[in-house]
Design a protein around this ligand. Structure first.
Ligand code: G6P
Length: 612
């Protein structure tokens, strides 16, 4: 998974490419590079290992300019993160940037080597450049687009490609299969990008390329083709995102900005989806027959990473309020077992990006087995959103921090809406029951603001815990899921080992870990298992563990067992997990920030995992 940006138009494009790559760094930052067609008809390239700033340094030492260019920021899959493996890759007259994996690259490479071609990188991508160049060498009259089409017939795997050639210096060719690619439309200029924010400062009109499509971008026009090479018309969509919302807005990190944005994004996700009487949920955009959904026998939710913890919370919400059996699966596991699904099953795929390879594959598998599918996605027109039978968008806006925060809390809101909607249609929730849940959902933004007002308290304890080798997070019921998400958050950004555990399972193993060095975060909010969690807390305290407790405002009891207590507002059980997760996010953020890690781009991680 990598980020690509391309430009053809009337301006010198170096800044456009470098800025665009900055917006795409969340997709990978092992290396970066740009290529620009310069005045003498040649294409000049600069690449650098590591983060974008290395590329910028290299570029500004010897700048060059031109009206057509492409750029790439890499998350290494094939070949180590070195400069020689950095994109753009070049073979003869062809220069390309690629996101995805060419699965049959090894046999193609062997064949190309045998024909006398030489390779400069260990990537799968370089074969693509060679294959196109070979086509152009065989037939110099071939257009770059036709040569690309011939190459596409030979490769297998996933790709978003932007291609330029010294023999066609005025155009870019774009191709997409199973990796995201959008085309931005300007005045006498076109942009190609893996994601909208990369070029949102320049245009608001976008075309979302579909799998199998290719395009020719020239200053004077855009042509799009289907897999067979027939010309197709696509209607551009206007994207109203505020470009500034993709910037840090004064926060030290995107992650912190995104944590603080949650009340507003949650309000956005609820907006327009509640009936006037506030006793029902309107999901008009979920394009699955209401009758079918009302009779669904089983729901299977597939997801990865943080979205998987959202799936687990969804299960609690749907089972409790709609009384439908729900299974949750890690998408990477689901696709390699033999799940029992049929045409009465609804498969829900939860994915911020809508592009996670395992989640997409799991959803496609469910479709093949006859199930109907519903995406809960954040990225508009992403692959999961487009391929699912219905989509329920979260309105979190662009999430740049690799560690997911606002995407997660809005996924919980979308799940809550789905649970109420199903509950109403299945007769399990009457108007009054739905109204109670809806009223409580509407209190989330304010309640969350209260937690955010306490952010400094989280910051103040960070030095006391930043040296810990390991953390344990405990909770029961939905708060057990939040404990898992808390542990995931801490480990991904602070690099401290952390484990989430069901508090009731403590005595079956993790209790052996407890000593005076182990910080244990216990979520003990006032809910139906509160007393049980307090008993677990006592077990921890009796063994000398360092307890950080997250409790309901006004709880004076737990204070006696904890080294540090954080309060969250007294709230209905339905929304408690949506609030306590903010506490987990702040705790992890400030510990990581105190340690000085790269919070927004933690080592080895990527925002959108479009490979298996
Ligand atoms: C990566 C990201 C996580 C995210 C997961 C699933 O691992 O670093 O933050 O939760 O992918 O991504 P998705 O876009 O499918 O929600």
């Amino acid at each position: 998974m990598c980020g690509i940006v391309g430009y053809v138009g009337r301006q010198g494009c170096a800044e456009i490419l470098l800025d665009g790559l900055g917006k795409l760094e969340y997709r990978g930052y092992d290396s970066a590079g740009i290529a620009i067609g310069v005045e003498d008809g040649s294409v000049q390239t600069v690449r650098a290992e590591g983060k974008l700033k290395n590329l910028q340094r290299a570029y500004y030492q010897a700048p060059f300019e031109g009206l057509v260019g492409l750029g790439h920021t890499r998350w290494a899959t094939h070949g180590s993160p070195t400069e020689s493996n950095a994109h753009p890759h070049r073979a003869g007259r062809v220069i390309i940037a690629h996101n995805g994996i060419i699965e049959n690259y090894a046999s193609l490479k062997e064949e190309l080597l045998a024909s006398g071609r030489t390779f400069e990188s260990a990537t799968d991508t370089e074969v693509v450049a060679h294959l196109i160049d070979r086509e152009l060498e065989k037939n110099p009259d071939l257009s770059l687009h036709q040569a690309t089409q011939n190459m596409l017939a030979l490769i297998e795997g996933s790709y978003a490609l932007v291609i330029m050639s010294t023999s066609n210096p005025d155009e870019l060719i774009v191709a997409r299969h199973a990796s995201p690619m959008v085309i931005g439309l300007g005045e006498d200029e076109y942009f190609a990008a893996s994601d909208i924010p990369a070029v949102l400062a320049h245009t608001r009109q976008f075309i979302f390329l579909e799998d199998g499509q290719t395009a020719i971008l020239r200053r004077d026009g855009l042509q799009i083709f289907d897999e067979q090479g027939n010309s197709v018309e696509m209607t551009p969509r206007r994207i109203n995102w505020d470009p500034i919302s993709a910037e840090k807005q004064g926060y030290k990190h995107f992650m912190l900005k995104e944590i603080f944005e949650q009340p507003a994004r949650i309000a956005d996700t609820l907006r327009g989806r509640l009936s006037k009487e506030l006793d029902d949920v309107i999901l008009s955009e979920v394009d699955i027959s209401k009758e079918w959904l009302a009779n669904v026998q089983k729901i299977v939710i597939v997801a990865c990473g943080t979205s998987y913890w959202a799936a687990q919370i969804s299960k609690h919400m749907i089972e409790r309020h709609a009384r439908i059996a729900v299974e949750c699966d890690l998408a990477s596991e689901f696709r390699y077992r033999d799940p029992v699904l049929d045409e009465n099953t609804l498969c829900v795929a939860i994915s911020q990006s809508g592009e996670t390879a395992d989640t997409l594959a799991a959803m496609r598998m469910a479709q093949e087995l006859g199930a109907k599918t519903l995406g809960i996605c954040n990225v508009v027109e992403s692959t999961i959103a487009r391929e699912a039978n219905g989509v329920l968008y979260t309105h979190a806006g662009p999430e740049i921090g690799v560690a997911s925060t606002k995407a997660f809390s809005t996924q919980l809101i979308a799940s809550a809406l789905l649970a109420i909607w199903l509950g109403r249609r299945r007769g399990n929730l009457d108007a009054q029951g739905a109204s109670e849940l809806i009223q409580t959902l509407r209190t989330v933004p304010n309640a969350m603001e209260k937690i955010l007002l306490d952010a400094e308290q989280y910051e103040s304890i960070a030095p006391d815990f930043a040296d810990a080798q390991s953390f344990l997070f405990l909770g029961r019921g939905p708060q057990h899921i939040i404990a898992n998400e808390g542990a995931l958050k801490l480990k991904e950004i602070s690099y401290i080992h952390a484990e989430g555990y069901a508090a009731g399972e403590l005595k079956h193993g993790p209790i052996a870990l407890i000593d005076e060095h182990l910080p244990i975060v216990v979520i003990a909010t006032k809910d139906r298992v509160y007393d049980k969690v307090v008993s677990n807390l006592e077990e921890v305290k009796a063994r000398g563990g360092r307890v950080i407790a997250v409790v309901t405002e006004g709880d004076n009891h737990v204070v006696n067992f904890a080294e540090k207590v954080f309060f969250v507002p007294d709230a209905h059980e339905f929304i408690q997990p949506i609030l306590t997760v903010v506490s987990m996010q702040l705790l992890s953020y400030y510990i990581a920030d105190f340690k000085g890690t790269d919070v927004d781009q933690p080592r080895n991680l990527a925002k959108s995992v479009t490979v298996e």
